[in-house]
Design a protein around this ligand. Structure first.
Ligand SMILES: Nc1nc2c(c(=O)[nH]1)N[C@H]1C(S)=C(S)[C@@H](COP(=O)(O)OP(=O)(O)OC[C@H]3O[C@@H](n4cnc5c(=O)[nH]c(N)nc54)[C@H](O)[C@@H]3O)O[C@H]1N2
Ligand SMILES: Nc1nc2c(c(=O)[nH]1)N[C@H]1C(S)=C(S)[C@@H](COP(=O)(O)OP(=O)(O)OC[C@H]3O[C@@H](n4cnc5c(=O)[nH]c(N)nc54)[C@H](O)[C@@H]3O)O[C@H]1N2
Ligand SMILES: [Mo]
Length: 760
């Protein structure tokens, strides 16, 4: 029987006293007296450590405490004193552990020893590092490299990621799926074609210069809370902030800086000046509406001989495809745009009016745009809107995809990519004297398909929780056991570690906050934030256990056991001094990482050069491209009886790491097994508050995907959409339901039917 959720609408602002209280409770839970402690003092500071939570930019002149509630939670969670030891594993079979919740598994504490799975007893047993590497090497050598996956979750540093991709390529594969394949891959596919770079163009300082800020599909409150500081500053200056989101996310409404006593008393700042509850998958239509209004206003201005609304000089000199795009916008009917977006024409007009007046606009977006069937087209549609008024490549303006994991963007920069065109293979060949594989590797969805059809035989996981994060979890877990080799490098125990292959290793590593002592002394690592700035990071805590290896040491250990010795590459020297790895990164990417070691701790990070920031367009046309979307809905268009399920993150989680069962800002406490639904839809379905319901996926592949026992919660969400939590809802998502071109699982519009559970 499920625990019942307690529903108490949250009336306070984001941040504020609630934030302090939530922090205190997690800290007690974690036995870390951390508030005001030396550790947090160093979070996100030059020469400190970079937060392990989100990837938001870190200012050159940080606040006294440059962290947020969720960053502090993530820190406490990592540096806990609790341990998951060999004695623990001796007491529990995997069968038993699979009945534990995500929270209970991780809350058991940090992994301390390398472990090998013993099928006879269904338990993990301790193993020596050298023995583990030797067997992993033997197993990898016996497998066809094309059948082995090297997955990366977005937390590993630039140094580790560079070593990992080199190891995989020398072994013979480009199979490098990563968490961004489930995340901002739609961005990485969309942007190069239209602006010539795969990443956002804004810097933190642009927020001080913007006079209008737009938000599409990002829950800033929970997922990048430090971003609320520049937003609050902007709001105080009177900068209009316009949000498009099916849910009224609290931090985008009001924010109190919990570190400011004055604000704690005064009640905070209004953030959004307009809030549009767009239908899930309605953004392409909504932005088409905005663009149509801008173009029509410009037509009128031109006829009246008034000042033009479009940035004509920019469009002429810098863009391609405007006429076709303008024609497309003019042709769209308001009826369709309103139906698909769920917004009225007046609402779109209100937003367009503000946009047309602004001189410098930043557009931020998140998973509400990318995790949809036409997420790539949606990203490009956002660019269209910016191009109309030259809002890319000048101060205070630009596109800002808000990335997830703290180094997910950087990993791509140093070669974690399954697409060979993104990797300087010739350069690697020249530097290390080997012939890298030249065919594209598998991304996350391909890897899932390969596991399902048995063609994938080995899986190495650098962090993350693959089987919990991907779609179609039930089918994937069954198929996973068909693999010969599973190697999991992790800090804490999670579900993916409990689904063994024939040969299975669980290898514990140091976390980023821990002191990483190597032959030449304590080491620093680096990461790239959402604004393409590179930061050094130095651990501050004593390691939780003796004998833990760093991620670079584990990668090197596997590489040495697998690959023939190479006179041009001394893995031990690299592990002894990470500066040598940074030199290697600089040699591979001389333009991006010029003087890498000297600039490692530059306050605010050093920005990678991005041509689009300077209005140089490295696209096929040599210009920034307007594109006409092939679809007006960023979702499958469905008939009656089918609802679009959004799978959301709660405030009490970091991805599959569930800190607690609360989603404070959305007012849901004590259970994650809920179905948020509009009251009118409830009435139509004959559902009552507190009843239990089942979601059944609407798909035509003959597979029954359902999730029962969801507590019905009436919620302020547009009709036709319902919401539930990730990862619990992942059983409902077919592997084949993904963003076209990018293959990002379309986790924000899963077509479902709703059934009422029999009471009992
Ligand atoms: N504390 C914490 N921080 C995190 C994470 C975490 O789990 N916890 N995860 C990290 C990671 S890896 C990532 S990728 C980011 C994720 O951060 P977000 O990009 O915010 O992702 P979600 O939490 O999935 O929320 C998506 C938002 O989009 C809205 N939305 C859903 N569908 C639509 C739509 O069709 N249109 C529009 N306009 N909006 C829509 C939802 O209501 C929600 O507000 O956060 C990172 N930071
Ligand atoms: N339905 C649905 N599915 C989704 C999403 C969604 O919105 N809806 N979001 C998607 C997104 S955006 C993402 S990014 C993925 C996330 O997918 P992943 O990145 O694979 O998952 P995480 O939950 O972030 O991984 C947590 C685990 O990482 C390990 N870990 C933590 N720190 C470290 C470290 O420093 N080193 C190592 N080696 N391991 C460490 C811990 O063991 C922890 O259990 O999920 C995706 N799945
Ligand atoms: Mo993500």
């Amino acid at each position: 029987m499920n625990r019942k959720a307690d529903i108490k609408p949250y009336s306070g602002p984001a941040g504020g006293w609630g934030s302090v209280k939530a922090l205190e409770s997690i800290l007690t839970q974690e036995e870390v007296a951390i508030l005001g402690s030396e550790v947090l003092w160093h979070q996100n500071k030059p020469d400190g450590f970079m937060c392990v939570s989100c990837s938001w930019a870190k200012p050159a002149e940080p606040h006294k405490f440059e962290f947020c509630e969720n960053g502090a939670k993530a820190t406490a969670w990592e540096i806990t004193k609790k341990k998951t030891t060999p004695e623990f594993f001796a007491e529990h079979t995997l069968e038993e552990l699979r009945t534990w919740s995500d929270n209970a598994l991780e809350d058991n504490g940090r992994l301390t020893n390398p472990m090998r799975y013993d099928p006879a007893t269904d338990k993990y047993r301790p193993v020596a590092w050298e023995e583990a590497f030797a067997e992993i090497g033997r197993e990898l050598k016996a497998l066809d490299p094309a059948s082995v996956i090297f997955y990366t979750s977005g937390r590993a540093s630039l140094e580790t990621s560079y070593m990992y991709q080199l190891f995989g390529r020398m072994y013979g594969t480009n199979n490098f799926p990563d968490s961004s394949n489930m995340c901002h891959e739609s961005t990485s596919v969309a942007l190069p074609k239209v602006i010539g770079v795969p990443v956002g163009t804004v810097l933190l300082e642009d927020f001080e210069k913007a006079d209008c800020i737009l938000f599409f599909g990002h829950n800033t409150t929970t997922n990048a809370p430090r971003m609320l500081h520049p937003l609050q500053e902007a709001a105080k200056r009177g900068v209009p902030i316009i949000t498009f989101n099916p849910l009224r996310e609290r931090g985008l409404e009001r924010f109190v800086n919990p570190q400011s006593p004055v604000q704690m008393v005064a009640g905070g700042t209004r953030i959004s000046s307009q809030y549009h509850q767009v239908m899930a998958g309605g953004d392409i239509a909504a932005v088409t509406g905005l663009c149509k209004l801008v173009i029509e206003a410009d037509d009128a201005a031109r006829e009246a001989g008034a000042e033009r609304i479009l940035d004509v000089a920019f469009i002429d000199e810098h863009t391609h495809g405007f006429e076709a795009f303008a024609r497309f916008c003019r042709e769209q009917s308001w009826e369709e745009l309103e139906r698909i977006s769920g917004l009225t024409r007046e609402a779109m007009q209100q937003a367009a009016d503000v946009y047309m007046q602004a001189k410098a606009v930043i557009l931020n977006y998140g998973m509400g745009i990318t995790q949809h069937k036409y997420g790539v087209e949606a990203c490009r549609m956002l660019v269209n809107l910016l191009l109309l008024r030259g809002n890319i490549g000048r101060p205070g303006a630009g596109i800002s995809p808000v990335r997830g994991h703290s180094n997910v963007q950087g990993q791509r920069t140093v070669g974690i990519a399954e697409k060979t065109k993104l990797v300087p293979l010739d350069r690697l060949a020249e530097l290390y004297g080997f012939e890298p594989p030249r065919e594209d590797g598998l991304n996350t969805v391909d890897a899932c398909e390969g596991i399902l059809d048995g063609s994938v035989k080995g899986f190495v996981s650098l962090g993350g929780n693959f089987v919990r994060a991907i779609p179609d979890r039930d089918r994937m877990e069954k198929a996973w056991r068909g693999q010969r080799l599973s190697v999991q490098i992790a800090t804490k125990l999670n579900r993916s570690h409990l689904i063994p292959g024939e040969v299975t290793y669980l290898l514990p590593c140091l976390g980023r906050i821990e002191i990483d002592e190597q032959a030449t002394g304590p080491q620093a690592v680096s990461m790239e934030d959402s604004t393409a700035c590179i930061h050094g990071s130095r651990g501050r805590r004593e390691p939780v256990a003796e004998g833990l290896l760093s991620e670079p040491a584990i990668v090197a250990g596997m590489a040495k056991a697998t690959l023939a010795p190479n006179p041009r590459l001394d893995w031990d020297a690299w592990v002894g001094d990470y500066a040598l790895v940074r030199d290697a990164i600089e040699r591979t990417y001389p333009d991006q990482f010029k003087d890498f070691n000297e600039r490692l701790f530059e306050p605010g990070g050093f920005p990678r050069p991005l041509p689009a920031r300077e209005r140089r367009w490295t696209t096929e046309t040599g210009k920034a491209n307007f594109t006409v979307p092939a679809h007006l809905a960023n979702r499958r268009e469905d008939g009656p009886g089918i609802y679009q399920l959004l799978t959301l993150r709660a405030d009490g989680q970091f991805n599959t790491t569930v800190y607690n069962e609360d989603d404070r800002f959305r007012g849901v406490y004590g259970s994650r097994e809920v179905l948020l639904i509009n009251e009118a839809d409830m009435a139509e379905l004959g559902l009552r508050e507190g009843e239990m319901a089942t979601l059944v996926t609407d798909s035509d592949d003959g597979i029954d995907r359902r999730l029962a026992g969801l507590q019905v919660v009436p919620y302020d969400i547009p009709r036709g959409c319902v919401a539930g939590y990730y990862p619990e809802c992942n059983v409902l998502i077919p592997v084949s339901h993904y963003a076209e071109e990018a293959k990002v699982p379309a986790a924000k519009s899963v077509p479902v039917r709703i059934q009422r559970d029999a009471p009992g």
